[in-house]
Design a protein around this ligand. Structure first.
Ligand code: SF4
Ligand code: SF4
Length: 67
């Protein structure tokens, strides 16, 4: 099963990954990180197809994709 995870402390809440995801399974968290940003999170890991669009779009290398 693919798994997408975001390291909250590298995320600056730009939202580019949310726009890039073809499955629309990324949202902003309710919590904030150490810099005060609502970070991105995947809310439906089962629907992730490991396309890596989020990973390649993230300017801060905050996303990890495991297959
Ligand atoms: S790997 Fe693809 S499907 Fe999975 S969260 Fe990232 S953009 Fe969405
Ligand atoms: S693209 Fe990267 S920095 Fe921007 S919201 Fe997504 S995980 Fe955070």
């Amino acid at each position: 099963m693919p798994k997408m995870t975001v390291d909250p402390n590298y995320c600056k809440g730009c939202g580019l990954c949310i726009v890039a995801c073809p499955k629309k399974i990324i949202r902003f968290s309710e919590d904030i990180n150490s810099k005060g940003y609502h970070y991105a999170e995947c809310f439906d890991q089962d629907s992730c197809i490991a396309c890596k669009m989020c990973y390649t779009t993230c300017p801060d290398v905050a996303i990890k994709i495991e297959k």
